[in-house]
Design a protein around this ligand. Structure first.
Ligand code: NAP
Length: 335
């Protein structure tokens, strides 16, 4: 089988195709023929040495993959040959709250990734692919979609009629927009690009703010919400946007801390004075993934894919993500 790996540390150009033997599943495991893999900002963090505790040399990259079961090991009754499946980001976080040990089983970082024609998964760490999704669409779910789901439904749950602010038009934010609209919420979307804002509007965004033209975008959010602020912020920007996100949330509103796109410092006093609920979100568990897939299926939600690259163009796909011209997800077709 063909499989990608980085030959050198922190060198994206060293991403190379290799021939390896197709692995066999052991007890409790499943061999999956991968059909598609999706990229995340995390993959750029790993290759540039900015992801704590993770190295790139020798790594098979990418966490998010979907495909078809071709063989099951002893004792597996969760899936059978021919089933369409999608992998979980954390192979051991099946339910409940996250524990430190789960970090050591994060695909494409601490364990081998999915940029490979075949991979053995623990059967428990796979979910059934929603029938209305292609493998390319399903591959976008394990990290970006589940993070958006966890933010909006697994902490302080989004209630119909509430207002959600999404920052930028990357993978996490566009899933949050789609989930929020599917739940009857109002959505305020920001972007550096008017063209991308037009696409966000087509997806259902109610209010649009160009954060490049309006560096004090939190003031625009307050204007739009009659001075009150939003109920939820899907905070993908990190330290450089967090202070404004806290100001854009209503008193006792929820700021879901997800991203690290920017650097900076914040004054935590604002959290206290505004009694903000600041909640860290780290992807999600297998059970959360299955709960999310119920909404995706019930509302026939289709992930937003910016571009699909061929398997042989993996380096170009990473460069495309790094260029940040994308809207939604970047995917690699395998095989
Ligand atoms: N905690 C977790 O579990 C978790 C899970 C997934 C992702 N993340 C993190 O969340 C962040 C987003 O991930 P992603 O995969 O969705 O990234 P992505 O698809 O690469 O999206 C990047 C987009 O973010 C927007 N952006 C950049 N700087 C911004 C700023 N200063 N203000 C507002 N928007 C800005 C841009 O949108 P426009 O071009 O529209 O301006 C850019 O295209 C990353 O830091 C990633 O590491 C965390």
């Amino acid at each position: 089988m063909r499989c990608y790996t980085y030959l050198e540390e922190q060198n994206a150009d060293s991403l190379t195709l290799q021939e390896r033997d197709v692995p066999r599943p052991g007890a409790g495991q499943v061999l999956v023929r991968l059909k598609a893999a999706a990229l995340n900002y995390r993959d750029l963090l790993i290759i540039t040495g900015r992801y704590p505790g993770m190295t790139s040399k020798g790594l098979v990259p990418l966490s998010d993959g979907a495909g078809e079961v071709v063989e099951v090991g002893a004792g597996v009754d969760r899936f059978k040959s021919g089933d369409r499946v999608t992998g979980c980001f954390f192979e051991t976080w099946l339910s409940g709250t996250m524990l430190p040990a789960h970090y050591n089983a994060a695909i494409g970082g601490s364990t081998p990734g999915v940029l490979s024609e075949y991979r053995v998964f623990e059967a428990e760490a796979l979910v059934a692919t929603p029938a209305h999704l292609s493998d390319e669409e399903a591959a976008t779910l394990p990290c970006a979609a589940l993070t958006a789901w966890n933010a909006l439904y697994e902490g302080r749950q989004l209630v119909p009629g509430e207002t959600v602010l999404v920052l930028g038009t990357g993978g996490v934010s566009m899933f949050a927009l789609q989930f929020a609209k599917a739940s009857g919420a109002q959505v305020i979307a920001t972007s550096s690009s008017d063209a991308k804002l037009a696409k966000a509007k087509a997806l259902g965004a109610d209010h649009l703010i160009n954060y490049r033209n309006h560096p004090d975008w939190e003031q625009k959010v307050l204007e739009v919400t009659g001075g009150v602020g939003v109920d939820h912020v899907v905070e993908v920007g990190g330290p450089g946007t967090l202070q404004r996100s806290i100001a854009a949330a209503r008193h006792a509103g929820a700021v879901h801390l997800i991203g690290v796109l920017t650097g900076g410092e914040i004054n935590p006093l604002a959290v206290l004075f505004r009694t903000t609920l600041l909640r860290g979100v780290f992807v999600g568990s297998r059970d959360m993934f299955e709960a999310m897939n119920k909404l995706i299926t019930a509302r026939q939600i289709k992930p937003v894919i910016d571009r699909v690259f061929d398997f042989t163009d993996a380096r170009a796909a990473l460069a495309h993500l790094e260029g940040a011209s994308h809207f939604g997800k970047v995917v690699i077709r395998i095989g």
